[in-house]
Design a protein around this ligand. Sequence first.
Ligand code: MCN
Ligand code: SMO
Length: 784
Amino acid sequence: MAKDGIGARVIRKEDERHLHGRGRFVSDIAMPGLSDVAFRRSAVAHGRIRGITKPAGLEDRVFTAADLTGVNPILANSGIPGFKTSNYPALATDKVRFVGECIAMCIAPTRAEAEDVAEAVGLDIEELPAVVDSLDARRPDSPLVHDEWGDNLFLTTAVNGDIDDLAKTAPVKVSRELNTGRQCMHPMEGKGVLAYWDFQAGQLVVYTSTQVPHMIRTGLSETLGLDQAKIRVIPPDVGGGFGYKCVLQPEEICVAWLAMTQRRPFRWIEDRREHLTAGANSREHHYKLTAYADERGRLLGLDAEVTVSVGAYSVWPFTACLEAAQAGGNLPGPYDFRVYRCKTFSVATNKPPFTPYRGVARPGVCFAIELMIDAIAREVGRDPMDVRAENLVQAAQMPYTNVTGKHYDSGDYPESLRMAAGLIDVAGVRKRQASGEPDGRRIGVGFSTFTEQSAHGTKVFASWGIPLVPGYEQATVRLTPDGSLEIRAGIHTIGQGLETTLSQVAVEELGIAFDAVRVTLGDTASTPYSTGAYASRGMVMAGGAVSRASIELARRIRRIAAHLMQCSEDSVELKDGAIYSGKASISFADVGKAWYLRPEQLPDNVDTMGLEVTEGYKPKVDSGVFTYSTHAAVVAVDEDTGQVELLDYAVVDDCGRMVNPMIVDGQLIGGAVQGIGTALFEESPYDVHGQPLASTLQDYTLPGAFEVPRMKMGHIESLSPYSAHGMKGVGEGGAIAPPGAIVNAINDALKDRGVELTRIPATPERILEALIRAEEKTASEAVA
Ligand code: MCN
Ligand code: SMO
């Protein structure tokens, strides 16, 4: 391994500026003549717009749909037959379909003044009955979110495994209904966008807090009707994205339109209330599952119905059907069974559109299948850990193609379970459980294991039916005349450390010093096209591109160096920040100087391609590379208050070759904290009229330091045969497993009380309710 290359725990490059408060986020950008934008948003979940009145004297400060002539709505169409496309206008036209939908855009020198203008806008809206619950939305008599559809179904899909025969013969049958709560993402920095017209370049310049700058350029071009060459998108520092910032947002279109038409700078910065009520929504799933097993709890088949409440509109480019497609495809998880039937329903409701969120569908499916595994174990009277271990795909079966055709490339799933059990000392916990806690609380232990498709290829994305299919990744590497290295890639760093890890890949291939590497990401004017950072693809895809480009650059450097050192190219070695041939050495600067500044000294056989290389990475196998993980939780439950304390928590993960093990740990811990939020705290509830009930962080509980235990980390490094250096993705995984592990642990703690929770977040209120219900049931059985 090169010093500071792949595998090194290098301190992150980006932290120098962030820890000193010198990062530059959208709201840090000052510009002469900048106007702020505030939106007048719908206060009703469903309504017909009868009239909008601009406040007298302020007409030129207010813009409505009628002003946005020539602006196309967001049309996130899917190629899948039967998918209904929603017409998502940047500003509402005839109807509003969720609380928070943008109706009017108001401008002023400051945000406070812009908000005053927004409040003065007169709205005449006829309120209509709202559709809030996803199962209600499926009923034939439900109000319609989109009148012309005739129902509320964006899409239904079906996988028709032969489950009926199995249902007749299987010795064990377990049925459950499970629910996951609706959630927000809460990056530290909310969404933000600033746009101006650059007269010199003849371009609309859009600074936006995004994971996907090149895609935003494509999306703005389509909605604004402006050539892509006339749009430059620059993502400054991004304070977390988590999926929320990988779709085109109406506010982005509005602010860009203002700058395009008025030719001066405008910006909108999302506030926390906008984030909570109008912005990011995700995670809300309903499952109806029946599992069939043998007497030992060996899973034979699964019959599933998944309903996702995807909100009012389809987001671009990931659409309203990605979540359910992922749910249906991933529900079988890391388990080895061959019969699967699954119907999915992506239903429109009067809630904000559904955006991808770290893990995309898999926190839900992992919760669902992991609770089923424990339920089966209880049904057959065995320890859930043993039943889980026997059902997992075994190491000897690798590579393994599962019941939905996913190709698990490498690894030892049961070993991750054994390691996690060791880290939390499961035997010790069982002993402690048997002897009882001195404070009367009940303790329990739970596991959850998943496998996660990462860095998948074009065919997989295309099969999900999305309007823009993510392709390959590209990167440019360039040696400068003074021997530094510049990396340019169209992907962006959003907190996950790519500036550092892409540098490490280049260091590994080129032997150049880590500090000599500079990374520019995301600016559409200076980086090759990329679809961006999402789907845990950055390391494998952009890392793969940097690797290939660096290998080619190394070849070119060797040729020039061989001439300068008068040796054969084969004897040239790039290592430890210099260029060697035996004991002789020259610097990277010597090569840079020779090519750029003194080319007359180079022989004719040095090709003219120079010291700048752009290369791409395309997954070898379209199904991508599969990371897997087991989380283990030990909880204490207080039966009087319903409070859950996490006593111990372990994460064992295999993301192939870790480029920076410190960053990998950070990714896993950060993800797990979000997963703990999903499991125990976070929810965006809505009342029957579609009014959001959590509009401040007082109503929406995020886990803080007190709620999160010190996590124990374990790693397996089984290299993927399909990626550069055997890397696999890791960005999302941490968030996937906590709900399954934690709720299994709570159910384990309360099993003697006849309690089994099936809904998250598992709040104290829900736990107390379940305890009371179980008590009532026991009492009524005693009477009978
Ligand atoms: N890495 C590594 N070795 C590997 C794999 C990854 O060192 N074998 C490091 C790399 O620095 C890489 C990071 O871990 O950038 C995450 O890896 P990867 O799985 O390739 O994910 P991406 O780079 O594509 O990042 C996106 C991913 C997603 S989809 C979400 S959602 C998410 C996440 O990363 N959002 C994040 N992690 C986040 N972390 C922060 N701080 N903020 C977010 O918004
Ligand atoms: S939700 Mo991550 O941006 O794929």
